[in-house]
Structures are given as structure tokens and as C-alpha cells.
Design a protein around this ligand. Structure first.
Ligand SMILES: Nc1ncnc2c1ncn2[C@@H]1O[C@H](COP(=O)(O)OP(=O)(O)O)[C@@H](O)[C@H]1O
Ligand SMILES: [Mg+2]
Length: 402
């Protein structure tokens, strides 16, 4: 995948002589010691990141860990004390103010925690703001703004003022305003943290929806681990100004880099992170329609299983045959088709374990997992679903349906 944003050894120190502090950090002085000794605050130290085009990249950490300081480096609202920031292979840390203005107008938009709307402007005028600055004609910016207002579900509110709208709606305006500029990169600093839990969840889904349509590169900050893992393709965890781990939610849950992260993810609901493909077992045995009952029995015996999926040439599921039915069928000179059962529950490989639990509990047979092309790629037993919620080594389970 193409790199969109790249940070190399970015540090941001606050204080009178920020550069003088870097060697002290290198020597191993802590953020606290540096503050005491020099009255400088280490905002961010030595952050290197490689963010891919189209990715939702989440930065997570406790309050004060440096998340806002870092995200403000991406558009140089914070000028880094040290390091390089590449956007599309250009080091914007070395840009002059007019180059920078261009990048900010054309490539990056930001959404803030407290919405940052202009209270004296209507919703429409708020969303038009960035286009106005770019001297887009009145008709065109109206059209673009209205399209974006509609796409965040606020059609009909364009002539209202921000204080006439709820918090959730105001943040939709913030989002519409950012999107109206059609930026490649969307910076979002705890955009949903001020919202009620219900509205917050709604906004998270909406953001994923928008992302599916628009495929922006989104850098999203949160201190909420559930939000981070729900939204992030990858997540960077920050502590005391440093990035302490970068990985997919699954990677971080499976192998937290240190105790700080373990503590962070203690309360994570695994069932909302892990998907069918993470807990399924790849089938050792599949029987095809033309194989017949004898082959089916042999496959089940060799693999020590009591039922086996039957597929067509394209690995599409035709049904399942049990060992009892197969043996009885052979005695009665029936065909595979005669004893085939169709009551198999099929699930998609990206379904969340949370949603699989009731299906697994209800189903007599293993769940069949299919990919985008409806081909069978695995199966899931009740035990896999349940162990997926607690065990540390899912996917390595040797258990088999038998
Ligand atoms: N403008 C500033 N001047 C001095 N210190 C700052 C400034 N902005 C942030 N800091 C300090 O940098 C550290 C990181 O803050 P911040 O990036 O806001 O954390 P977060 O967003 O993770 O809560 C904190 O110790 C904070 O006090
Ligand atoms: Mg912050």
C-alpha cells in the first residue's frame, strides 16, 4: 500500500530552548526530570510513523500523553523541534509559509473536539468557509456545501446557527466543513469525546460509512480503547510523548508491548474486535458433490470429525453430511445428495464474534465461513467462538469438530 504520511523521528518540545533538551532525552532523562530541571515539556519525542493511503490510523493514549501535540504536527500547527514530516513524499517541515498554506488548503482538513464552528455564521456559511478562503465561486461553493451538508444528514438545517443544533449535529457540521474541502487527509482530534455515548456510537458508524464512500486517509485521536479498536485499521499507542506500539487492533490485543498497554486493553470487549476469520479453523476436509458417500466417510474418519461440508467445484457450500447419515446412506444405497443437509448457518468472514455467538449457540453444525465470493474458507464451532473471547492463542486451537 502507498504511504500517504510519514513521520521520521519527530519531536516537539515546549519551552524557551527546545532543541537544547533533545540530547538530555537521548541520554535517558525522563519527561518529569526534564520538566523539573529545565522547565521544558516533552510533548512528543522521536515519533516515527508510516501511514498508508486510505487508512484509518488511530492515535490512542491517556490524557497528556502527547496525542494532540502529535496530530498538530501533521499540519504544522505545531512546528516540530526535530524530525521530518512527509506528505506524498514532500517534507512539509521544510516548507515556507505559502507552500504550507497550499498544503493546508488542498490536502488536509481538521475536525476538533469542541467542533470549532463560527457561532455567527449559519451552518451553510460554516461549511462554505474553506471554499470561500480558496476563492471558489459563490454558486459552486454553495453547491459543494449543500452536498456535504446532505451527506452528513443535515439537509434542512443549512440556515440554522450552531447553537440551535445539538452537539452531535454540530460535529456533523464540523465533519461536513472538513469534507467540503475534499482533503486527502482528515485529522480528527477526539472529535466524538464530547458527545453522549449513544450519539457517539452513531457518529462512529457514520464516519466508517463516509470512509467507505470517500476513502480518505484519516488520522483519528481518542483516549477510548473501544473507539480506537472499532475505527482503526491500525492504532498507535502513546505514553509520555512516545509511541510505544503500532499495530492492528488484533495485534495489540494479542501481544501488548508492555504493561501500560495491557492495562489499557484490559477492558476491551474482544467480541467486538475479532471477526469470524480470526476464530475460524481452516477446513482440512471438504467433500465435493461428485465425491460420493464413501469418500465423505473416509474424509471424516481420517480427520476424526463427525460431519463434513460439501461444496461444488467453486467451493460454494452445498450442505453438510454427518457421519451417521453417510453410513446409513451407504447401507441404503443412497447418494450424497440424498443425505445432504442444508441447515448450515453461513457467516461472512468479517462478521464480528459478538454477532456469531447466538448463531453458534443455535446451530447444530459448525458455522460455515465464506469470503466475498461466497467460497467456503473455514468453519467455526461454538467452542471457537467462546474461546475467541478469552484465550490468548486463538487460531492455534487444534480442536476440531468431532
Ligand atoms: N502549548 C503548550 N505549551 C506547553 N506545554 C504543552 C503545550 N501543549 C501541550 N503541552 C504539554 O505536552 C504534553 C502533551 O499534551 P497533549 O498533546 O495535549 O496531550 P493529549 O492530547 O494526549 O492529552 C502535556 O504534558 C502538555 O501539558
Ligand atoms: Mg488532546
Amino acid at each position: 500500500m502507498e504511504t500517504k504520511v510519514k513521520l521520521e523521528h519527530v519531536s516537539k518540545i515546549f519551552g524557551a530552548k527546545p532543541k537544547s533538551v533533545i540530547p538530555m532525552i537521548k541520554q535517558g532523562m525522563s519527561k518529569e526530570e526534564i520538566l523539573k530541571k529545565t522547565n521544558h515539556t516533552v510533548g512528543v519525542y522521536d515519533a516515527s510513523l508510516d501511514i498508508k493511503k486510505g487508512e484509518v490510523f488511530v492515535i490512542m493514549g491517556l490524557s497528556g500523553s502527547g496525542k494532540s501535540t502529535l496530530i498538530r504536527c501533521f499540519n504544522l500547527l505545531n512546528k516540530p523541534t526535530d524530525g521530518s514530516i512527509y506528505i506524498d513524499d514532500e517534507n512539509i517541515a521544510s516548507f515556507n509559509s505559502s507552500q504550507l498554506k497550499k498544503v493546508r488548503q488542498e490536502k488536509i482538513a481538521m475536525v476538533f473536539q469542541h467542533f470549532g464552528l463560527f457561532s455567527h455564521r449559519t451552518i451553510l456559511a460554516n461549511v462554505e468557509y474553506g471554499l470561500e478562503i480558496k476563492n471558489v465561486s459563490k454558486e459552486e461553493r454553495r453547491k459543494i456545501a449543500m452536498d456535504n451538508i446532505e451527506s452528513v444528514g443535515l439537509k434542512g438545517y443549512e440556515d440554522k446557527y450552531p447553537d440551535e443544533l445539538s452537539g452531535g449535529m454540530q460535529q456533523r457540521v464540523g465533519l461536513a466543513r472538513a469534507l467540503a474541502n475534499d482533503p486527502d487527509i482528515l485529522l480528527m482530534d477526539e472529535p466524538f469525546s464530547a458527545l453522549d455515548p449513544l450519539i457517539r456510537r452513531e457518529m462512529q458508524l457514520e464516519l466508517l460509512d463516509i470512509q467507505e464512500r470517500l476513502q480518505k486517509t484519516i488520522i483519528f485521536i481518542t483516549h477510548d480503547v473501544n473507539e480506537a479498536f472499532k475505527l482503526g485499521d491500525r492504532v498507535a499507542v502513546m505514553k509520555d510523548g512516545r509511541i510505544v506500539q503500532v499495530g492492528t487492533p488484533e495485534e495489540i490485543i494479542e501481544e501488548p508491548a508492555n504493561d501500560y498497554i495491557s492495562e489499557f486493553i484490559k477492558d476491551i470487549d474482544r467480541s467486538k474486535v475479532f471477526q469470524a476469520e480470526h476464530v475460524m479453523i481452516k477446513p482440512n476436509a471438504l467433500v465435493s458433490m461428485k465425491d460420493g458417500l464413501n469418500v465423505a466417510v473416509k474424509e471424516m474418519e481420517e480427520n476424526g470429525i463427525s460431519s463434513v461440508f460439501v461444496v461444488d467445484r467453486g467451493r460454494h457450500l452445498k450442505g453438510i453430511v454427518t457421519i451417521d447419515d453417510a453410513i446409513k446412506g451407504i447401507k441404503e444405497k443412497k447418494s450424497l445428495e440424498d443425505v445432504l443437509r442444508n441447515d448450515v448457518t453461513i457467516v461472512k468472514k468479517d462478521e464480528y464474534v459478538n454477532d456469531l455467538i447466538p448463531k453458534a449457540l443455535e446451530s447444530m453444525f459448525p458455522l460455515a465461513v465464506v469470503n466475498e465470493e461466497e467460497k467456503v474458507v473455514g468453519f467455526i464451532l461454538r467452542v471457537h467462538v467462546l474461546s475467541g473471547l478469552v484465550s490468548d492463542d486463538i487460531n492455534e486451537s487444534e480442536e476440531y469438530h468431532g
